[in-house]
Write a protein that binds this ligand. Sequence first.
Ligand code: SF4
Length: 276
Amino acid sequence: MAPETVVRETVCKTILQRSGLGDYALNCYTGCMHGCVYCYARYMQRFHPHTEPWGNFVDVKVNAVETLKRQLRRAKPGEVFLSSACDGWQPIEADWRLTRRCCELLLERGHRINVLTKSALILRDLKHFAGQDVRIGVTLTTLDERLRKLWEPHAASVQDRLQVLTAAKQLDFETSVMFGPLLPGLSDSREEINALLQRAFQLKVDEIWFDAINPRPRVWPSVAALLRAKFPHLLPRYRRILFDQRVRAEYLQGLRARIEAAADRLALSDRVSTCM
Ligand code: SF4
């Protein structure tokens, strides 16, 4: 956890939201201590204003479990994605266990759970979820730990995330991986994509997704600041990829072609999808 993290206790009126990422999404926290530089969930600050920068605050929805219980009286069973606007297994979950308790309730009521995390804390819950309708997924933007520390400063290491996939497979879970957002000039080359897919292949991952960096609101200032400090030569390229529609279309076309070629080579095409 970042030492300067400000934690507040809040109450929510609803917690199970309709979502395009499944039937529902569920977030027990507002804010995310992982503080990823490219995080799209920054838009949450529009609705929950904080003076602290993204990554340095988290609001705990202390009545998450009670609220979910109430909503579940009427919610039709479906797939629930955790989490869409925070990491449900970010460090504060170790104390509060809200995500875990919500998952237990959802499973009791016949819902399917789709986990996507950058935290090794999910290992705590695997045994409890074993044999139930749960898919375990992790996000990886790169296999390079040096880059990971820069872009996802408080998330789990690359090795720990790979370990989550290994442990999940050993317990017979369906698994997924989201490779994204791939970082232009850093983790989007043919070699990098091959290496990512090779790992997924070795770990027998069932579903593999790729995403590109996106021009979502509030993302550019933090991305630009990191580029300026560490990769100044890449700044103009990122700006064009994010904001020049013609360049972006060409970039995405090339990226898709590299992903398809790598997937073909490893005979993984039926497991690979892109969200671009
Ligand atoms: S783990 Fe996800 S929600 Fe958390 S900061 Fe990173 S990208 Fe945002």
